[in-house]
Design a protein around this ligand. Sequence first.
Ligand code: FES
Length: 203
Amino acid sequence: GRPGAATTTQPAAAAAGGGRSRTVISRRDFFRGGLLASLAVFAAQFGGATLAFLWPSIKGGFGSVIDVGDVNDIRNSIEQSRQPFYYGAGRFYIVAYNGNGADSTYAGLTQEGLMALYQKCVHLGCRVPFCQQSQWFECPCHGSKYNNAGEYELGPAPSGLERFALSVSGGRVRVDTSLIVPGPPRGTDTTSQRPEGPFCVGG
Ligand code: FES
């Protein structure tokens, strides 16, 4: 029975050897595959971030036309809170505008009594908060003040606040942050709004 046993063990050993070498190859493939996969993930993330940086409109953030929300919701929010509707991702405020410049000073910028103001102070660029008491925008950095339409009132700012074109269609408010519109010059006053209470910022 020996020769028979020898002939049966040899193919078995060969099969075992082949199995071992297949295991090594497949492990190498596994690592190579993992590396390729992580490279692909990295490339996708990097590529996505680059695209988002180059074309912010893909993200719907600052630099694009932003769908801010329902016109009635925004109007109600402004009315109830007695302050502008702030949209941080777009760096603007939406204010209720009922001054007399809708067809002149702000033609093409305001619609349905709403207007979008850039949050950045035209003096040296601080974000300008709205003061609930005075109902004006008051810059904490050097005390520039703007009325509720973002028109220059006091301080070192050279003009009114910059702004963005706002449009309403199908009940949705859209603000185009791709184009910064210069603020109206000092002396522009289309609302005749006096401070409605004490200032938040002195000076
Ligand atoms: S940055 Fe606003 S007053 Fe100077």
